[in-house]
Design a protein around this ligand. Structure first.
Ligand SMILES: N[C@@H](CCC(=O)N[C@@H](CS)C(=O)NCC(=O)O)C(=O)O
Length: 217
């Protein structure tokens, strides 16, 4: 909480949403201050629906435009200030980068939802989706065998956009995940969960719609 500056961009966010998490990480690392409006997915505020009828989070409201996709917010933030030079590795092979993103946001996320939210989908297919998702994690494990991070020797954009989803995958069945032969992925995820940036972006904040309390983030 803190002194809210209304000239700041407004970020509609949901604490546990991996898309919103990755956006908050990059905003924080770019040192961009926003006014955070925490939402509940089941009870979205009208003002969010007005600026973004598709009604997913995150959404960033800027003076001249509304950014409705997590990666658009991330690219915008890194264009303002890329203190850790994160776009360099992204731009090295843009086609491969967008390919990676597609495998994460469409391929992996599809199976993750069907594994994690089994009550919404076919229960009998839960493990099929878990195994499909694992095929991609195994590819990450190989990559993490040859370099400390997905982005190379230092943590960067590929790690930050991916880690919140791997965390969610683990949470679906932590015991099972911890028993898999994924030493590099487990270490990488553990380091993230114990990091200062994770603590900062996961602080509990009041729901804006019900409390009228915005958060300086
Ligand atoms: N492609 C979007 C996906 C965002 C998304 O699907 N967010 C979920 C929460 S994790 C959401 O808002 N879902 C709407 C709902 O459940 O009503 C992005 O990258 O921002």
């Amino acid at each position: 909480m803190g002194d809210i500056q209304h000239s700041r961009p407004i970020l509609y966010s949901f604490r546990r949403c991996p898309f919103a998490m990755r956006t908050r990480i990059i905003l924080k690392l770019s040192d961009i201050r926003v006014t955070l409006r925490e939402i509940e997915l089941k009870d979205k505020p009208d003002s969010l629906l007005q600026v973004s009828p598709k009604a997913t989070v995150p959404v960033l409201v800027l003076p001249d435009k509304v950014l409705e996709q997590s990666m658009d917010i991330i690219f915008w933030a890194l264009l303002q200030s890329d203190t850790y030079n994160m776009m360099q590795v992204w731009n090295e092979d843009k086609k491969a980068s967008f390919d990676f993103l597609d495998k994460l946001d469409n391929g992996f996320k599809y199976h993750l939802d069907r594994y994690k939210y089994e009550s919404r989908y076919e229960v009998s297919e839960k493990n099929i989706h878990r195994d499909q998702a694992m095929a991609w994690i195994n590819a990450l494990e190989l990559k993490l065998q040859s370099s400390c991070y997905l982005s190379g020797d230092t943590i960067g954009i590929f790690d930050y956009i991916t880690l919140p989803f791997i965390r969610q995958f683990r949470i679906a069945d932590p015991k099972w995940f911890d028993n898999q032969a994924l030493p590099n992925t487990q270490k990488w995820l553990c380091e993230f969960i114990e990091s200062a940036i994770f603590t900062q972006i996961m602080q509990k904040v009041p729901i804006w719609k019900t409390t009228n309390m915005e958060t300086a983030f």
